[in-house]
Write a protein that binds this ligand. Structure first.
Ligand code: ADP
Ligand code: FRU
Length: 287
């Protein structure tokens, strides 16, 4: 079991289940609706916790009623959030999600009026007791300071960085993390239509993954590019957070010392399993 700190967002996800995705200007009725905690970093931690790790979250919580949804879920998964930054102004970030039963796809409209985690808050944490830090690639200026701070003060502490969206200056972070986790939209935004070509183009020394939906994922380590196919579930139910689950599977395997190839396979297995069920419960499966 490893002690893992994740930084990044927690959101309120309002999920409408529909039989198939509506056309623009359609009016459709949802089959069901759920309001749950979401957000990449906290999704990843919820999965890591079920895989047996001691998980901690440092992010922003707004002192308003919706924060209870986040708190209750983190408590349920024994995730420590005592290091969070509490603020009085703003609103918990909210995602309005349409989940199509026909395809398992999720379409997200995200709204945020919530400040990002600051370096000054992060730098007060004692990181000595952690085995692994995971960061979301957002808020680049502050994040750059956080990663440099870690490198300077805790040089042996391993860091992973999720690179999901293109953001100005995000490339400047690539040499500050040990593991880089890229998404298909990020690779495409850089002009690549294949994960292997994208990874091949990068010069960072980090271990790098790039997940590609139903085609599985690719990983580059010491100049060699590996591929794992996806593990499709019997029935595709919910791909919301498939990438966050993949990242959790990768971290869990790497922190246990598994080889990059085995870690890639386990991450795809776990993410495939997640896609066959709704939400993030019951991911304590043996890989
Ligand atoms: P995101 O949630 O960021 O869009 P991806 O779509 O790249 O992430 O999915 C992450 C991983 O989840 C993939 O590498 C794959 O292993 C698994 N996965 C995603 N979609 C499917 C699918 N339709 N069938 C099986 N596995 C899937
Ligand atoms: C899934 C997710 C949702 C959240 C959105 C934020 O990966 O983390 O839970 O609402 O992405 O971008």
């Amino acid at each position: 079991m490893a002690r893992i700190l994740g930084t990044g967002i927690a959101t309120i996800d309002i999920i409408n289940h529909v039989s198939s995705y509506p056309a623009e200007d359609d009016e459709v009725r949802a089959l069901s609706q759920k309001q749950v905690r979401g957000g990449n970093a906290t999704n990843t931690l919820v999965v890591l916790s079920q895989q047996g790790h001691d998980c901690h979250w440092c992010g922003v919580l707004i002192d308003e009623a919706d924060a209870a949804i986040v708190e209750n879920d983190l408590k349920h998964y024994q995730i420590d959030y005592s290091h969070c930054q509490w603020l009085n102004q703003g609103k918990m970030p909210t995602s309005y999600i349409t989940l199509s039963e026909a395809s398992g796809s999720r379409s997200i409209v995200h709204y945020r009026d919530c400040p990002e985690l600051s370096f000054s808050h992060f730098s007060q944490l004692d990181l000595a007791a952690y085995d692994w830090l995971h960061f979301e690639g957002r808020n680049i200026d502050e994040l750059s300071q956080m990663l440099q701070w870690v490198k300077l003060n805790y040089p042996a502490l391993r860091c992973s960085l999720e690179v999901e969206k293109p953001r100005t200056g995000i490339e400047s972070l690539f040499d500050l993390a040990d593991v880089l986790m890229f998404s298909r939209p990020y690779a495409q935004s850089q002009g690549y239509q294949a994960a292997a070509d994208f990874l091949d183009s990068l010069r960072s020394e980090a271990l790098m993954s790039c997940s590609w939906g139903e085609q599985g994922a690719w990983l580059k380590h010491q100049g060699i590019v590996l591929h794992s196919p996806a593990f499709p579930p019997a029935q595709l139910k919910d791909t919301l957070g498939a990438g966050d689950t993949f990242n959790a599977g990768l971290i869990s395997a790497l922190v246990k010392g598994l080889s990059p190839g085995k870690a890639l396979e386990q991450a795809c297995r776990l993410a495939g399993h997640k896609c066959g069920q709704t939400g993030f419960a019951n991911l304590d499966i043996k890989l």
